[in-house]
Design a protein around this ligand. Sequence first.
Ligand SMILES: Nc1ncnc2c1ncn2[C@@H]1O[C@H](COP(=O)(O)OP(=O)(O)OP(=O)(O)O)[C@@H](O)[C@H]1O
Ligand SMILES: [Mg+2]
Length: 503
Amino acid sequence: MTLIKVQSVMSNELSKRVILSRPPEPPQEYLLNDPTNSVFIGITKLFSVPFTWTFANLTNPHIAVVGITGAGKSFFVKTFLTRASYVWNTNAIIIDWAGEYRAWVKQSGGTVVGLGKGDFLNIMDLSSMKPIDRTKQIMTSFEILTDISEYPEQKRLTEEAIEQAYVNFGFNAAEIPDIRKQAPTLKDVIALLQEKLQEGTYQYPAELENAVYRLRQFAREGEDFFARKSTIDLDRIASSGLVDIDLSGLPDEKFRALAALFMLQTLKEKMRTEGWSPSKGLKALVVLDEAWKVASDDRSDAVMIVREGRKYQFGLIVASQNPTDINEAIFSNVGTTVMLRIRFEKFLDYMQGSLNFSNFMRSEIAKFGVGQAAVDMSFQTNVQFPSVFLIERIVGEIPLNVYTINVSEILSQRELTDPSILKEYYMEKLDMNSKMIESNISPETIEKIFNEMDSRGRMLDIRALVQIMITESVSKDAVIEFLRILGLSDALITRTFLYSEQQ
Ligand SMILES: Nc1ncnc2c1ncn2[C@@H]1O[C@H](COP(=O)(O)OP(=O)(O)OP(=O)(O)O)[C@@H](O)[C@H]1O
Ligand SMILES: [Mg+2]
C-alpha cells in the first residue's frame, strides 16, 4: 500500500531506480497502446498505468485465463469480447460448457445456439469442406471420444460408410461442395452399415455390429443432437458477431466434447479458407471455457488454432480452474496469461514453474480478491524486464441486467481507500439467482430478495441482504455458503454477521 502512495509523488525517480534491481512492471510503452487499436483491461497495481492489450508485439493473440471458481474468469472473457468487438469488430464464438454465457450473449444481442435445448448440429455438414476432409475430422473426434482406434477394422468400416453416404447424397469426395446441397447425417451412415450387415456377405459381422453400436449412441431418437439438419449456418459462424454455443443442455461430457471438437474443426477450416486480410486487430476469437477434454487433447483443433491463429487473425481464449488441464502445446504458446486467484499449491507450482515469477508474485496471486489479476505477456523480442505484472482489478463492462451488492459499510477506513478491495459486487440476475439456488436458498426467499433489490435500484447493502435471509429463516450455513460463492473472504463474512446482528 505504501508503495502506491510513494509512487504518485516520485514515479520518475522510482522507474529510474528499478533498472538497478529487477523492475516490477513492464515499461509504459509495452502497456499503454493506441486506444483505437487495443483493448483496455485495467490499471496496473504499482505504477497505475492503464493497461491496454494488443498482440502487435506479442508472440501470438491467444490468451489463457486461470483462477479458482468465482475468481472472475468469465467476467474477464465477457469484458474482453465486448471491447474487442467495439475496437476491431471482432466476432466471437463461445464454446460454453456450462451455459454460463447464455444470458449475457442474449442481452448483448448475440446468437445463442442451445444444443439439447432445441438446436441441432449435423456433424456431417460440410460448410465448404471436401467430404474426405470432413470424414477425417469426424474420425478424429471419434478417436478422441470413443475406443474406435483400438479396432482398426471397425474404424475402416465407419470411415468408408461416411464417405459412401456423401457419395450417395451426390457429393464428390474430393471436391469442394456446393454449400446449398444438403449433407447426409450419421443416421444415413448407420443405415449403410446395417444394409451391409443384412446382406450377410461381409466376413466379420461382429465388427459391423460394433461399428453400428458405437455410432448409434450419437443418433438415438431424443439424443440425435448431431444427427439432424443443423439449425445454424455453419458457413457464417465466424462472421456472425457474438455466438454462444451453449452445451449445458447435452446429456453428458462426451456429447459436449463432440460438439466442441466439431466447432473447433469447423472454425479452423473457416480460419484457413478466409485467409489473412489487411484489417487491423482480430477477426475472430474462439472461447473455450472449462472445456478440459477438448483443451487437453493433442489431436484437438484447439492446438491447430493456437499454432496458426496469428497469421489468420484468429485468437483462442482458454479459461480453466485447473491450469494443468490445458494442453502444453496451448499453454506454452499463448501470448498472454491472465492469472486470477489461484489457491492450490500444485497449480501455483505449475504456474510459477512455467512463467517463472517471484515468490512475492506467487503469494499475491494466492490471496487475490475477485477480479484482481497478474498478467504474463510473451513478447516477440527479448525484453529486460519480468513479464508478469499485477493489475489492480479487471475493470469490467457492466452487464445490462445487473444487480449490485454493496459491501462498503462493513469495510474499515483503510479498506475503503484501498483500490484493490471490491466495494461492490456486480452480478447478472441469472448469475445471482443460480448462486442463491446453489446455496440452498428457497425460491420464495430469492423472489423476496429480488423484489427488495428492484425497489432499491437493483442495489442492496450486504447487511440488509443478510437481514432478509435471516428473517426468512435461511440457515446460517446457507447464508455463509452464498457469501462465499459471492467471493467474500471469511473475515468479511464474519464481519457481515457481526454487523447484521448489531442492526
Ligand atoms: N473484475 C470484477 N469486477 C466486479 N465483479 C466481478 C469481477 N470479476 C468477477 N466479478 C463478479 O464475480 C462473480 C464471479 O465471477 P465469474 O463468474 O467471472 O467467475 P469464474 O472465475 O468464471 O467462476 P467459475 O469458474 O465458477 O465459472 C460474478 O458475479 C462476476 O460478475
Ligand atoms: Mg466462469
